[in-house]
Design a protein around this ligand. Structure first.
Ligand code: ARG
Length: 581
């Protein structure tokens, strides 16, 4: 299109084409002649007419029409579309090619050890995993790091509470020189109860709080017993976290934590002092990060508190230093609640200003919105407590199980209890993840179990239902002796087939854009359109009863490609489809 503008003597950039908002008139439209009218002081319809003339006989468009006051209405040639999709089907990754492969670190998950995962951790895990998979699919070299919260005040609180409960443990005896026991003196369930108890106590008991701060400092400065006890906390907690993230189909390449970089802190701080960046303010060591153009106040980064303990900021900065030294990444992406936006502005500025990160490295924070209940307030348990992630998953799975059994009864097929349970888990995961990912990350959304688990509408189960439908047709074709892999695409014979093919042809551009914008919601919107287009096609087309064998094979090939594209998409979203449901 750009070339046609150029050939007619206009600038190429005018040739931008978009999907038509009047599908009854045309498939695509180009409004470049309207913009060109101002630039060239010429009536838009004249420009449109000249461009249309240049496109006469084009292989790409079968119809190009200049209409008043100066729009270009376009219809794609079926032959061209068919050839394009055939090539795409053969190419590795459907022909996706990156302009520049980047080295990316993605910091997501961010759970705190000794605390149960709650719904607040869901979004970071779900969005982060998907952003990672999309980036990897389009060809970037991306590594996920969980960045455990394992080094701050919460550790001191847990250890202090443990000491109150079991003062005789050898960890607290500073003269103890022997081997510490192998067995941890607590279970995950104990830890999950101890932390909130300790946290509540520190808010009312100044003395307890002071002891917890001291314990944190002892841990950070390497007191043997505290380190050993801390190791036990990490062991018990991390194996539980692994189990929980596995259940979510979320996998981190790196299980580093705030603690992993503690040895870098003294050197980093020295460097910041030597560079004249860090200075003492009211006993704390800080770096100014405000800029003249700020419209809101951006407070300094605090590196060390007056008691000398490292802060959340300090470990995040040391982690940037560590990642820079080890990987020299092009990008570091962080996923947290958007309430941490100002914090990341401070950290990023401090890192750039003090030179602990390469000047070219892009530091990106994706701040996500809150997951709310139907009342519009942050999602809680029925009695108002913080919702544990495990319970939330269970609620969805229970609802899914009901719907799957109802559906089987309605369709009149038998489903045994085990299969129903497995399917409910698979579909439940899709319900949760799609419900989240179909929103723009920054938006708050309402976690609506009824809607998310519905087989109809813009939901995960609807997408899976569509995939299962395709799988079942392909299976029947095989049962009838057909060979799916050998089936060859044919040129689309009607509008619903053409529509489906057009969507498939848009896969590459969509995926590259999702990667560029770090936007899983693009993939969701795409598969929702694809599901609608497929279901429309399915209702209009006889497939297995088609008598013309080569057309039948062509339709099967189209189904197979549609299924593969769907599966690629749901894989980057982090869920999968069952064989039946
Ligand atoms: N552990 C932190 C929290 O629970 C989240 C960590 C986010 N990542 C980071 N690099 N700061 O709030």
């Amino acid at each position: 299109m750009g070339c046609a503008f150029e050939a007619a003597g206009y600038e190429k950039d005018l040739g931008r084409v978009s999907v038509s908002n009047r599908p009854d008139l045309c498939e695509y439209q180009c409004n470049g002649a309207m913009a060109g009218a101002k630039r060239y002081k010429k009536a838009p319809i004249m420009i449109a007419g000249e461009v249309a003339e240049k496109l006469a006989g084009s292989k790409v468009f079968k119809e190009v029409e200049a209409v008043a006051p100066g729009f270009l209405n376009l219809k794609l040639s079926e032959e061209f579309l068919f050839e394009y999709v055939k090539e795409m089907q053969k190419a590795e990754k459907y022909g996706i090619e990156l302009e520049k492969k980047e080295k990316i670190i993605i910091d997501y998950g961010g759970p705190n050890v000794a605390k149960a995962l709650h719904v607040g951790h869901l979004r970071s895990a779900v969005i982060g995993e998907s952003v990672k998979r999309i980036s990897r699919y389009v060809g970037h070299d991306i590594t996920g790091d969980i960045h455990l919260g394992d080094w701050g005040q919460p550790m001191g609180l847990v250890m202090t509470e443990l000491r109150e409960r079991k003062p005789d443990l050898p960890y607290f005896d500073e003269s103890f020189e022997g081997e510490y026991p192998d067995e941890a003196p607590f279970t995950v369930a104990d830890l999950e109860e101890i932390y909130p108890a300790a946290s509540a106590k520190s808010k009312v008991d100044e003395d307890f709080k002071a002891r917890a701060m001291e314990a944190t400092f002892k841990l950070q400065s390497g007191v043997r017993g505290y380190r050993a006890l801390w190791n036990k906390i990490i062991d018990v907690s991390v194996s539980d976290l692994k189990r929980n993230y596995d259940n979510l189909n979320v996998h981190f390449e790196l299980w580093n934590g705030e603690s992993s970089v503690h040895e870098l802190i003294p050197g980093m701080i020295q460097q910041m002092k030597d560079g004249g960046f860090a200075y003492l303010s009211e006993g704390a060591l800080v770096v100014d990060v405000k800029e003249e153009t700020d419209t809101k106040e951006v407070p300094p980064c605090m590196l060390l508190k007056s008691d000398g303990a490292a802060k959340y900021d300090t470990t995040d900065l040391a982690t940037i230093l560590d990642r820079t030294e080890k990987y020299h990444p092009d990008k570091i992406i962080y996923l947290t609640d958007k309430r941490q936006e100002l914090y990341f502005t401070q950290i990023f500025r401090c890192a750039k200003k003090t030179g602990i990160v390469d000047p070219e490295t892009k530091l990106i924070h994706i701040g996500f919105g809150t997951m709310n209940g139907k009342d519009g307030k942050p999602f809680k348990t029925r009695d108002g407590g913080v919702m544990r992630l495990e319970y939330l998953i269970k609620e969805i799975n229970d609802e899914m199980l009901k719907k799957i059994k109802d559906n089987a009864a309605e369709k009149g097929y038998d489903i045994d209890e085990n299969e129903a349970l497995e399917t409910a888990k698979t579909v439940g995961m899709a319900a949760i993840k799609y419900g989240d990912l179909s929103n723009q990350p920054a938006k708050d959304y309402i976690f609506d179990i009824d809607r998310f688990t519905s087989f109809e509408g813009d939901t995960g189960p609807y997408i899976l239902y569509t995939i299962v439908r395709i799988k079942s047709i392909l299976n029947k074709y095989k049962e009838q002796g057909g060979d799916v892999a050998a089936a060859q695409l044919v040129c689309p014979a009607n509008d619903s087939e053409k529509e489906l093919m057009k969507l498939l042809a848009g896969f590459n551009a969509m995926m590259l854009q999702a990667g560029e914008e770090l936007a899983p919601n693009r993939v969701c919107a795409y598969i929702y359109d694809l599901a609608n287009a497929f279901n429309h096609f399915y209702h209009e087309t006889k497939i297995l009863s088609e008598e013309d064998e080569s057309r039948k094979a062509g339709l099967i090939a189209l189904l197979d490609l549609t299924k593969n594209i769907f599966e690629t998409c749901i894989d980057v979203l982090g869920f999968e489809a069952p064989d039946r449901m």
